[in-house]
Design a binder for this molecule. Structure first.
Ligand SMILES: [Zn+2]
Length: 308
């Protein structure tokens, strides 16, 4: 079986103002970089409102739908914009993760990558923020727990920004372990190591500006991986942001492309030990187009190696 790649052209229809870092070209570069890989290509469905209700109140879903402009842009928070295509894109992004969980837990794919936008890990229960409208990764966790009946699902978020939305949505979910590394200080400001969840189910790993691959690897080896192994996940969901790359313009960590390959391979090893390799990865940030495409390809190639 092959690694599944879930995406949809609607995710290119979410347009942001000229100069905005979370731009259509990000996904175009990624899809081009993955073009020749031997992947099982799956069309991402629209999420159902019943899926979204697992993580957001009806009022938030209604607000997002009502915020769709008929032309131009609508600003829904300091740096989050919607265009006429944004609602469909957000429903495809969430639907991709739900479908990927179904494929991996149904034994139809060993692992999966969702090439989607808008990203999701900053969206809180009732708040769109940080380029994110719906909490895609947290939705995948809840779907695996509530729909598929799993007992333990882990999220690992290596985006350079704190996954405040995922943390918010899973804060009081004892069946979920949230592990998130982030540059600190950096927007959105949360993600201190004393933020540990209502059931000690959140592990924050703040990294100082300038942290390179060696120190990142040490932090994951000493903090993240032992915690993940002790949790014995039945599924691992990765919030795959590539903005900790040394070339990224939005932050100041110094990971190289091979560091993203390393962390992916290590997570695949842990998934092999505990959950038959089951991983669903979903795109978050990454704003240098070349570095983003390279690092995403390296990430997906490791998933493919693990799928063999
Ligand atoms: Zn980010």
């Amino acid at each position: 079986m092959k690694t599944a790649l879930l995406t949809h052209a609607d995710c290119l229809g979410h347009v942001t103002p000229e100069g905005h870092p979370e731009q259509v070209a990000r996904l175009e570069h990624i899809l081009h970089a993955l073009d020749r890989l031997d992947l099982d290509r799956v069309t991402a469905p629209l999420a159902a409102d019943d899926d979204l209700l697992r993580i957001h109140p009806e009022s938030h879903i209604r607000d997002i739908r009502k915020s769709r402009p008929t032309e131009g842009f609508r600003q829904v928070d300091g740096d989050t914009f919607m265009s006429p295509g944004s609602v469909d894109a957000a429903y495809r992004a969430a639907g991709a993760v739900v479908k990927a969980v179904d494929l991996v837990l149904g034994g139809e794919a060993p692992n999966a990558f969702c090439a989607i936008r808008p990203p999701g890990h900053h969206a809180e229960n009732e708040t769109a923020m940080g380029f994110c409208l719906f909490g895609n990764a947290a939705l995948g966790v809840k779907h695996a727990l509530d729909h598929h009946g799993l007992r333990r699902v882990a999220v690992v978020d290596f985006d350079v920004h704190h996954g405040n939305g995922t943390q918010d949505l899973l804060w009081d979910e004892p069946r979920a372990l949230v592990i998130t590394s982030q540059q600190m200080p950096l927007w959105p400001g949360s993600g201190r190591s004393d933020e540990t969840g209502a059931f000690d189910n959140v592990l924050n790993i703040p990294l100082p500006p300038g942290t390179g691959g060696a120190k990142m690897r040490a932090a994951y080896e000493t903090l993240a991986f032992p915690r993940l192994r002790a949790f014995k996940p039945e599924l691992i969901i990765i919030s795959a942001g590539f903005d900790a790359h040394q070339d990224d313009p939005l932050a100041n960590l110094n990971w190289a492309t091979e560091d993203f390959a390393w962390i992916t391979a290590e997570l695949c090893k842990i998934a092999d030990e505990h959950c038959a390799g089951r991983i669903v990865s979903t795109l978050e940030g990454g704003y240098d187009l070349k570095a983003l495409a390279e690092a995403t390809r390296a990430h997906v190639e490791e998933l493919m190696k693990a799928a063999r």
